[in-house]
Design a protein around this ligand. Structure first.
Ligand SMILES: C[S@@+](CC[C@H](N)C(=O)[O-])C[C@H]1O[C@@H](n2cnc3c(N)ncnc32)[C@H](O)[C@@H]1O
Length: 375
């Protein structure tokens, strides 16, 4: 059963959130220019979001206390353009459902869209690039989705894509020199590092719990949530670990050459966790506030016949990670780090289409969830 506001407040009070927004602006390293992969994800899941609205949104109940105002929130929206595309798909689907329920053309809904991300997100770029013909009132909501963002029972549709893999923090034990889970010389875990892997998965569990509890309070009765979560199939190695650990090797080599300090390398870990699809389902069931109506695991979005491009992958990772690196290392060395990373990606077998790891990478888990309990 979901927690009340007082309990939620105490959850929020105990948790320290760290923010790692994507690169802003529209330059060559920006998220806006390097989020094609996520855009493909939005494209291929478009019909699922539409079906979720047509089949699972209880429009009548949802609108009971809000006249004809319909509120949508995109959690972890970054700077666009993907968020505009997915939001428009939701609006078109809700309108379709509204009209199909016998409302005449003279009766229409008013939409309000909340674009949420960390306060450090480039909301200026986002708001400046809102589509000119948008049919909604737009608002930016800064703050972590691991805590409360909206008043109780105020949002009709929540949507989040490619954001929940970001943890609220690097797991404490991973950077504790005295812990058996200390992750010296690596920036993520490998399958052999059981203790480190457990610390990451426990942090993901805590974060999912606070995310789901917050959303359960904020969603109106009859509302729905659709999530696209980067994940890997059950019982497979964690594909993300290879991509991350190549970067770990770059850092260790640079420390060996005296270009960065060993201490900085040892204390650096990526606050991300790519779960298996099973883990996500189990956590949602355990939380108990939501019911998974549909889940799908979608594999690689990139054409399998096309050789992957190390430069492109490096740019994608840079758009997501550069902020993290600039915070931890000297700014001047960051260009060099990503240059070495691109070289190492190019050398690695990982990016060969025939490599099984490559095929496992970037699994997509789409779930649409309904609020289960309401008094
Ligand atoms: C890879 S981007 C995805 C952007 C967009 N949803 C898309 O599909 O293209 C992940 C976004 O989630 C945001 N994010 C990560 N953790 C967050 C949190 N706890 N609260 C709010 N936003 C968060 C990041 O700042 C980043 O902008």
């Amino acid at each position: 059963m979901y927690k009340n506001i007082t309990e939620m407040e105490s959850i929020r009070g105990n948790q320290s959130y760290e923010a790692f927004p994507m690169n802003g602006g529209e330059g060559q390293y920006s998220y806006a220019q390097n989020s094609n992969y996520q855009r493909k994800g939005a494209d291929i899941t478009k019909h699922i979001a539409k079906e979720a609205i047509l089949e699972n949104l209880d429009l009548e109940t949802a609108l009971q206390h809000s006249s004809n105002v319909f509120r949508i929130a995109d959690l972890g929206c970054s700077v666009g353009p993907n968020t505009f595309f997915t939001v428009q798909n939701i609006i078109d689907s809700v309108n379709l459902k509204f009209q199909s329920q016998g409302h005449g053309l003279d009766s229409s809904l008013e939409f309000q869209v909340f674009f949420n991300d960390h306060a450090g997100n480039d909301f200026n770029t986002l708001l400046k690039s809102l589509p000119e013909d948008k049919q909604y009132y737009a608002a930016a909501v800064a703050g972590s989705f691991h805590g409360r963002l909206f008043p109780e029972s105020s949002i009709h549709v929540f949507k989040s894509s490619y954001a929940l893999q970001w943890l609220s923090r690097v797991p404490k034990d991973v950077v504790d020199k005295n812990s058996p889970a200390n992750n010296k010389g690596r920036i993520y875990f490998t399958n052999e590092d059981k203790k480190v892997a457990e610390a990451y998965s426990a942090q993901f569990e805590r974060d999912m719990e606070s995310f789901l509890n917050s959303r359960a309070l904020e969603l109106v009765p009859g509302g729905i949530m659709t999530l696209i979560i980067l994940c890997v199939p059950p019982n497979s190695g964690n594909g993300f670990e290879d991509i991350a650990n190549i970067m770990g090797n770059v850092l260790v080599e640079m420390a060996d050459k005296g270009l960065i300090s060993n201490e900085l390398v040892d204390s650096f870990n990526v606050p991300m966790y790519v779960p298996t699809s099973k883990e996500v389902k189990v956590l949602i069931e355990k939380n108990g506030n939501f019911k998974v109506e549909r889940s799908e695991l979608l594999f690689r979005l990139i054409d399998k016949k096309q050789e992957p491009d190390s430069q492109k992958i490096c740019m994608q990772m840079r758009a997501a990670w550069e902020g993290l690196f600039k915070e931890h290392f000297e700014q001047e060395i960051v260009d060099d780090i990503f240059l070495q990373y691109e070289n190492k990606l190019a050398e690695s077998n990982l990016l060969s289409v025939s490599d099984p790891t490559y095929k496992r990478l970037g699994g997509l888990f789409v779930i649409k969830v309904n609020v289960k309990y309401f008094e």
